[in-house]
Design a protein around this ligand. Structure first.
Ligand code: MGD
Ligand code: MGD
Ligand code: MO
Length: 743
């Protein structure tokens, strides 16, 4: 490990940040240690990922690394439950007893109920779960890797089935004529990683910006056009854009003739979806919609950045992304410089573990308890790293026992009472499990339902993983380094998995517990060793041998896996095939379904619940539902907030900063009103995940059930409404509000 000396610190250790979702590229850090304590952190100018070369910048989350390590709610010892589930009474035990208990239970339930009775929660492909966790499932014989169904992969799949590839940001934003920021939160999700700066630079150079998000976010204030679409109605907007583009001839006729399958049928399909049709659904005016469509149709090249706010968390998410991809396609923007760029051909991906699939039984996918997408779609070419069960539906199998119940759950690195919908139902399911173990850094609410609890160390207390960024030239790789000793008995997630595998008797597939063996295996495809990475603390670029700078517009290659080798305006890949609910077939053309509850969708309900509620996921002052325990961040974001238009607030007698009782047809939670004129008077927005307390500031955590601060308590969880291709769940509902008078 490289150690750089400096005046104030005893040593300065380079490593990488974990703070923007574990699956995202990570910023390079220099961590200052004094008297064995992690005291300060700054950006590593030698790193590849802090905004621009040589930058020492970090975001607020990155700067609070030391507070995260020494937070008061850290788990410090292995525990076993002695009270009732949910009660929170535990007894301290040894690591050895904890590992033996879990290993015995896994062996016993495999024997008694079959290996598929074991499920692993992994809403976003957390690296340790996507690699070691997946291998463990394969060796054990269970397919039940439980992905959220609402993080990125539904969006990626919808892109692949429509245009054959998952688009990425342009190599050079200055070549882009129009950026459409559609449900992407670039000011928050990865703020220090260069994209906001690249966009602002492009705008200064004359690039236009169309921002499609319900709230006026910082980037929206710089936009040429901001469309405050009603949450969950993007599909109607996209269909209306297609209507205008086609009706007004604003499409690339040569591209359409050569590369689009079923364009005339699509044109027929969208005839009725006029801006006048979409206006009362989306809350926009027909003129706003028409003008925005013309902007897209007349500006080349256009790049549409689709984020988690569009497609991933709407019941018609697949149709929405299909429609948006078709907008990009027919306007001739697919894989042109500055446009909807494809990733480099071939090349290298994330470091993973070899033989992941080979270790799995051949019929594994057929045993999924609740397939995230239809089993016919879950093939090696389509999945990220193996078959997936949908998170919420999988948890519900515990209650319904259909097609069989999960019996043992590994609920580590994820928080099922806040990540998905309907925490009450989820808690019921957790209570009914035979056995659950949780490895976490903090005492998250689901910990109280675990049989065995394991203390995880933070990324600053271990050196078992890599930072990664895939670029057009190859893959940047960096090695994590241990900054300080793990707190008390906390351990790395990687160490835990290797040790567990050996105890269950799977050692031969887990390098007999050797971390070095695992790392060498993961790095082998890149031709580098852990030691080489240690010598390059800012990271190193591994050039992809088979990928020269990409040629843009190689359509015969890009569309080669699509029927007819063309863009699917009429989707022959999924159209007419059995849907994932198994009571119908998937549509050939994108179809608007809309939120389960909405002003236009359920007008009767809107009489009692007149306001629309939705939320953001990424926030620059938190990571998922945690980091609310660190003082610097909590000072800036002290309470579960509710952005509300002042006119709406005044109508209901709610002052700025008042607590508000927000009640939907499914439950009630409370938030603090934040007057915000940049939101439609009929829409309210919040952020999910508020269970954590901040001991240093004496600020409380909140319950995840009725009366707490959790927005997921308010949404519809009816599985029959979920997206019929990829199980996306809506995060929009109708609510009524009043001032909350409680203490
Ligand atoms: N700081 C920080 N960074 C993170 C994370 C984090 O927790 N904190 N998490 C990581 C993870 S796991 C993910 S998935 C990514 C997500 O990162 P992004 O894809 O950028 O997604 P979100 O934060 O979900 O933001 C979605 C945006 O869409 C808007 N939006 C909400 N509903 C709608 C809607 O119905 N229609 C439209 N058009 N817009 C809508 C929201 O206001 C928000 O601005 O971020 C990653 N990076
Ligand atoms: N309403 C609504 N719900 C959403 C979203 C939304 O936009 N709106 N977004 C969805 C998305 S995109 C995602 S990805 C999911 C995310 O859902 P989850 O990944 O389940 O996120 P968290 O609830 O923050 O749970 C993460 C847990 O990991 C713990 N943890 C942190 N670091 C470590 C570590 O190093 N090791 C271990 N073992 N544990 C650690 C934290 O303390 C926390 O308890 O949420 C989804 N849920
Ligand atoms: Mo996510």
């Amino acid at each position: 490990m490289s150690v750089i000396q400096d005046r104030a610190a005893d040593k300065v250790i380079p490593t990488f940040c974990h703070g923007c979702g574990s699956y995202k590229p990570r910023c390079g850090l220099l961590c200052h240690v004094k008297d064995g304590r992690f005291v300060r952190v700054e950006g590593n100018p030698a790193s590849f990922n802090n905004g621009m070369p040589g930058s020492t910048s970090l975001c607020a989350k990155g700067l609070t690394g030391p507070q995260f390590v020494y937070a008061g709610d850290r788990l410090r010892h292995p525990l076993k439950r002695i009270g009732a589930k949910g009660e929170g009474r535990f007894l301290r035990i040894s690591w050895s007893e904890a590992l033996d208990t879990i290993a015995d239970k896994l062996k016993e339930t495999k024997e008694k109920y079959g290996p598929e009775s074991y499920g692993v929660l992994s809403p976003e492909y957390w690296p340790v779960l996507a690699t070691l966790g997946r291998r463990f499932l394969n060796v054990h014989g269970s397919p039940n890797y439980m992905h959220s169904a609402i993080c990125a992969t539904p969006r990626m799949a919808a892109m692949k089935i429509t245009v054959g590839y998952v688009s990425m940001a342009p190599d050079d934003w200055s070549k882009t004529g129009l950026i459409v920021n559609w449900g992407a939160n670039v000011e928050n999700s990865g703020v220090n990683q260069g994209i906001p700066r690249a966009i602002l630079n492009a705008l200064q150079g004359g690039t236009k910006l169309l921002d499609i998000r319900p709230m006026l976010d910082p980037l929206g204030t710089k936009a040429d056009v901001w469309l405050p679409v009603r949450p969950g109605t993007d599909c109607a907007l996209a269909l209306a854009f297609l209507n205008v583009l086609i009706a007004e001839g604003l499409y690339d006729k040569a591209f359409v003739a050569e590369w689009c399958h079923g364009f005339d049928d699509l044109a027929g399909h969208v005839v009725g979806f006029t801006p006048e049709w979409a206006a009362p659904i989306t809350g926009l005016t027909a003129e706003q919609i028409r003008e925005a469509a013309r902007l897209i149709g007349t500006t080349r090249p256009t790049f549409i950045r689709m984020g988690n706010g569009v497609g991933d968390q709407a019941n018609d998410g697949t149709s929405t992304i299909r429609a948006i991809c078709l907008i990009a396609a027919i306007t001739g923007n697919l894989d042109v410089p500055g446009g909807q760029c494809a990733p480099p051909p071939g090349g290298l991906a994330e470091p993973t573990i070899s033989t992941l699939d080979e270790l799995a039984p051949a019929d594994l996918v057929k045993r999924l308890v609740a397939p995230e997408s239809p089993i016919w779609y879950q093939t090696a070419g389509n999945w990220e790293n193996g078959p997936t069960t949908a998170y919420y539906k999988g948890l519900m199998s515990i209650l319904t026992e259909k097609p069989y119940p999960l019996r043992v759950l590994n609920a580590s690195c994820s928080n099922p009472l806040s990540a998905t919908r309907n925490p009450r139902k989820v808690a019921e399911a957790l209570k009914k499990l035979d056995f659950m173990f949780v490895m976490d850094v903090s005492h998250a609410p689901h910990v109280d339902y675990a049989d065995i609890v394991l203390p995880a160390c933070t990324s600053y207390e271990q050196d078992d993983f890599f930072a990664v960024r895939r670029t057009a030239r190859g893959v940047w790789l960096g090695k994590y380094n241990q900054v300080v000793e793990p707190l008390e008995e906390s351990r790395s997630d990687w160490r835990f998995y290797l040790d567990l595998a050996v105890r269950v008797g799977y050692g031969e597939h887990f390098w007999q517990g050797s971390m070095d063996g695992m790392m060498r295996d993961m790095l082998a495809p890149f031709g580098v060793t852990p030691d080489q990475l240690r010598e390059n603390p800012g990271g190193m670029l591994v050039e992809a041998p088979s990928s020269p700078p990409p040629e843009r517009g190689e359509y015969s290659l890009l569309f080669k896996d699509l029927p007819h080798g063309k863009v699917q305006c009429r989707n022959d890949l999924i159209g007419g095939k059995e849907d994932n609910i198994k009571d119908g077939v998937l549509p050939y053309f994108p179809e608007y379904q809309g939120p389960p509850e909405g002003i236009a969708e359920t007008p009767e309900l809107a009489e009692e619940y007149p306001l629309i509620l939705s939320d953001v996921h990424a926030h620059r002052l938190s990571q998922h539902s945690y980091l609310h325990n660190t003082a610097y961040l909590r000072e800036l974001q002290p309470y579960p907030w509710l952005k509300i238009n002042p006119a709406t607030a005044e109508k209901y007698g709610i002052g700025d900063g008042d607590w508000v009782r927000v009640e939907s047809p499914h439950g009630w939670s409370r938030f603090k009103a934040e007057y915000f004129p940049g939101i439609s008077p009929e829409v309210l927005m919040t952020k999910r995940g508020w269970w954590q307390s901040c001991d240093e500031l004496g600020l409380p955590g909140y319950d995840v059930f009725d009366g707490g601060g959790e927005v997921n308590n308010l949404y519809n969880s009816d599985e029959s409404l979920y997206d019929r291709f990829y199980s996306q769940m809506a995060k929009q509902t109708l609510v009524k509000i009043s001032r909350w008078e409680g203490a």
